[in-house]
Design a protein around this ligand. Structure first.
Ligand code: GLC
Length: 743
């Protein structure tokens, strides 16, 4: 495959650099007689301000810009680090753990007034699904198939963050993940590269707004670059075996989309990528990210990841780790004291060049200038910045649209009608804390509407509702089962709330078995003996193995960890006030033994053989699954031409009719399949989707404009996109049409 030079060649780069330098010299000359240094003049081009400032900085000041420490009380037990006793005024960045801007402003004042050049500090934090108004976890957000709503939620997170002193979030996480034993599947957007791309872009746009210097924008951070979701056997921080082909066709696309959307920063990953750790991988960091994609922001390491290079068997000591990391393109050291303790010596020994250091500093200064921190270094406290009415509405809408109706059998118990006595049973019924999910920033359990509270608010005036805990999350309680059984005997219907604690997923939360705890399964089985209709409400941070309890329930609602509005939205789905519209962004295996199992797998040579001999080879609930209270009928697909040249475009359309009695959102998903290609491809690939509300009896038309290279093409193991002539299939729901490409 002839490699098309995508990146800027040496001569082009040289011309570019000389042009920038000429421009900078020109502006510098204008500034010679100005009262203040050029870098402080916001009317000047950012690149000129950077060059002016670089020319004034000492080596020590440059090295401090490449370091990130912490400020405030670190409540993340996974991130242990050497306590920083005295934070220098010249520090580049701080992870800020406080909820209000007071301490941040104090530290910023020290940077602006006590340092020689007054370079503002960049304050970052893990705002993953909300700052104080906590939204559903990211995996749930992906199940909404509503990027506009996710963008809205990220904009609120940005507003609350920036008003609280945080200028930069370590989000979105866009790691394609296919192993639910890995706890961090909760933090990303599921198993599909396209879906991670779409939601990654929506998040970047929500966080960064139209202008990074806007006082309500924050810098986004694409993480964890790259391939972290392939962690072997779902264990965290471990090795990932990723071929160059799979790196390009599965794990890199969301990052390319995020970079093209203007993401300001990237965080490198903990994992070893087939023998070269991501924190010091010159191919991914320099060749791909900075050269091929022309990324001009900066890369921050993950927590203490540079010194972990030694543990990974890649370097002899921290000094060598520092050398390999910065030479590979890692610009900022998160809480590792690798760069501040080793870079000067490495420079003196000629193992790191001044150019490499300067390039990293430029990138960090560029983000600070673009954020407007030199002009607005301080945060003015706004008292009513949290939980605003509009923010809570967004939370309620996103929670509702992310919940997935997995099962509603022929008894159609949902939405609840004709049941007067409702028993609410289970350890997740009254909890508020667990509904916040992992990485819940400054979320406060008191802000959360529990399922119990939501159900009482929705049904309390018309129904009799009683509660029994039944069991604890993973242990029994005295008389728990018997009390719950008595309540079930009393009730007309049982709503059972089961699931995971919020720290059972997220970082450092791998589970070898994704079934619910035995006591919860036992509770389900015991109560099913009552013979009453049963509805299961799940709150969890990963797909679960439900094979042993699915038969006990007439209906199952996947509520995920829905954030502050969880109970309100769940109750609306139970009553029918809300017609569920969520669709799975990640496959639910039948059981742990099927993992990994995902929809866009490559083809088998014997698709009629090779199945498990002991269990089904089909998942319990596939990618894209999700029921509604109404039904939709799809027409056949129409296409403007069934044969086109590779250079032409073509439009496929399908009509969808709501043949039910109530309005409902339908997500129309367009997949492409290529029966054969010079590089084997997945059985089908998601390439477009639209979610639209359709009224009863109404028919809506959905279209997909197909650009052969973008939508039918594939990528080789060097990242070059190509499209081959031949037959392709376009699939929507159970409809399929052939499209032939000619030269
Ligand atoms: C953690 C996580 C990363 C997070 C960072 C800062 O170890 O891997 O996602 O942003 O440290 O908390």
């Amino acid at each position: 495959m002839k490699k098309r030079k995508m990146n800027i060649g040496l001569n082009d780069k040289g011309i570019l650099r000389r042009t920038l330098l000429t421009i900078s010299v020109f502006f510098l000359s204008l500034n010679t007689f100005a009262s203040e240094p050029l870098y402080k003049d916001s009317s000047m081009p950012v690149e000129s301000r950077i060059e002016d400032l670089m020319g004034r900085m000492t080596l020590e000041e440059k090295i401090f810009q490449l370091n990130q420490y912490t400020l405030g009380w670190n409540n993340n037990e996974n991130n242990l680090g050497e306590e920083v006793k005295e934070i220098p005024a010249e520090i580049g960045s701080l992870i800020y753990f406080e909820e209000d801007p007071e301490l941040r402003n104090l530290m910023q004042k020290k940077a602006m007034e006590e340092s020689r050049l007054g370079i503002p500090i960049l304050f970052g934090y893990d705002v993953i699904h909300g700052f104080r108004t906590i939204y559903p976890i990211s995996l749930a957000q992906a199940c909404s198939w509503n990027p506009a709503l996710v963008k809205e939620a990220c904009a609120v997170a940005a507003q609350e963050s920036r008003m609280s002193g945080v200028d930069w979030t370590f989000s979105p996480m866009i790691d394609v993940a296919r192993d639910p034993r890995w706890g961090r599947v909760s933090e990303g957007y599921g198993e599909d590269p396209y879906l991670n791309s779409v939601f990654g872009v929506a998040s970047v746009e929500g966080y960064q707004g139209n202008n990074l210097s806007d006082t309500l924008s924050i810098a986004a951070c694409l993480k964890h670059f790259v391939g972290y979701g392939a962690s072997e056997a779902g264990r965290d921080y471990v090795y990932t075996e990723i071929s160059p082909q799979t790196l390009w066709d599965t794990y890199l696309p969301p990052y390319e989309a995020g970079i093209n959307a203007g993401a300001a920063t990237v965080m490198s990953a903990f994992n070893d990528i087939s023998g070269v750790p991501a924190s010091a991988n010159p191919y991914t960091l320099n060749d791909i990210l900075k050269q091929k994609w022309n990324f001009d922001g900066f890369v921050v390491s993950d927590w203490a990841a540079i010194n972990q290079l030694k543990e990974q068997g890649y370097t002899a000591d921290n000094k060598e780790g520092t050398m390999r990391a910065i030479n590979a393109g890692l610009d900022m050291d998160m809480m590792n004291h690798a760069y501040d303790r080793n870079l000067q010596a490495l420079l003196e020994e000629g193992l790191v060049t001044q150019d490499v250091i300067d390039e990293a500093v430029r990138r960090i200064l560029r983000v600070k200038f673009r954020l407007g921190l030199f002009e607005n270094p301080y945060t003015s406290e706004v008292k009513d910045r949290f939980l605003r009415k509009s923010s809570l509405e967004t939370a309620s809408n996103l929670a509702a649209e992310s919940m997935v109706l997995l099962k509603n059998d022929s008894t159609k118990v949902l939405p609840l009608k004709n049941f007067k006595k409702i028993a609410v049973i289970g350890p997740m019924a009254k909890t508020q804390k667990e509904l916040l999910g992992s990485w819940n920033a400054h979320g406060n359990p008191e802000d959360v509407i529990s399922f119990w509270e939501g159900i009482n608010k929705e049904f309390g005036s018309t129904h009799e509702i009683r509660y029994a805990e039944g069991c604890d999350f993973d242990s029994d309680i005295s008389n728990g089962l018997s009390d719950a059984m008595k309540l079930a005997d009393w009730a007309d219907i049982v709503i059972m709330c089961l699931g995971e604690k919020n720290n059972w997923s997220g970082e450092n939360a791998s589970r070898a078995d994704i079934h619910l705890p035995a006591i919860q399964e036992s509770l389900a089985q015991t109560i099913s003996a009552s013979g009453k209709p049963m509805v299961l409400i799940l709150t969890n941070g990963r797909p679960l193995a439900l094979d042993r309890i699915e038969p006990f329930f007439n209906a199952i609602v996947e509520a995920w960890q829905p954030g502050v509005a969880g109970g309100e939205s769940l109750a609306g789905i139970l009553s029918g006030r809300i017609n569920p519209s969520g669709k799975l962004a990640m496959t639910f295996p039948l059981t742990t033994g099927q993992i990994p199992i995902y929809y866009n797998r490559r083809k088998s040579g014997r698709h009629h053989q090779g199945f498990y001999k002991d269990i089904s080879s089909e998942p319990l609930y596939p990618f894209g699954h999700g029921l509604s209270y109404t039904d939709f009928e799809y027409s056949d697909i129409k296409i403007s031409s069934s044969e086109i040249k590779k250079s032409d475009k073509v439009t496929a359309t399908v009509s969808v009719k709501n043949i039910g009695e109530i309005p409902g959102y339908e997500t129309v998903m367009w997949f492409v399949s290529d029966p054969f290609s010079t590089i084997t491809r997945p059985v089908k690939e998601l390439k477009h989707f639209e979610k639209v509300n359709i009224n009863p009896g109404e028919t809506r038309e959905f279209s997909f404009e197909i650009d052969p290279l973008k939508d039918l093409g594939f990528v080789d193991n060097e990242g070059n996109k190509f499209v081959e002539p031949g037959d392709y299939y376009i699939t929507v729901n159970d409809k399929r049409i052939k499209l032939t490409l000619t030269e």
